[in-house]
Design a protein around this ligand. Structure first.
Ligand SMILES: [Zn+2]
Length: 80
């Protein structure tokens, strides 16, 4: 039996973008992706979720919605 595709119509599936802003925020594959709005912030865990689906870490590393990883690209103040 093929049950790999649940027949749920839409409501539980994560959208490609959570963006409801106007104008629309930069997409996750845009160089400006960090300019998107934060929709969920977890400073105690060191990350924020942007409305374009990017997970932005406090060290400026990023996790993209397609599973890609962006290495931290800004100097962090506390360099041991
Ligand atoms: Zn947005």
């Amino acid at each position: 039996m093929d049950r790999t595709t649940p027949t749920v119509t839409g409501t539980t599936r994560l959208p490609d973008s959570l963006c409801t802003h106007t104008p629309k925020c930069p997409s996750a594959d845009s160089p400006d992706r960090e300019a998107a709005h934060v929709v969920a912030s977890h400073p105690e865990q060191g990350w924020s979720l942007l409305c374009n689906g990017v997970l932005l870490f406090e060290d400026t590393g990023e996790l993209l919605p397609d599973g890609g990883v962006v290495a931290p690209h800004r100097p962090v103040a506390a360099v041991a």
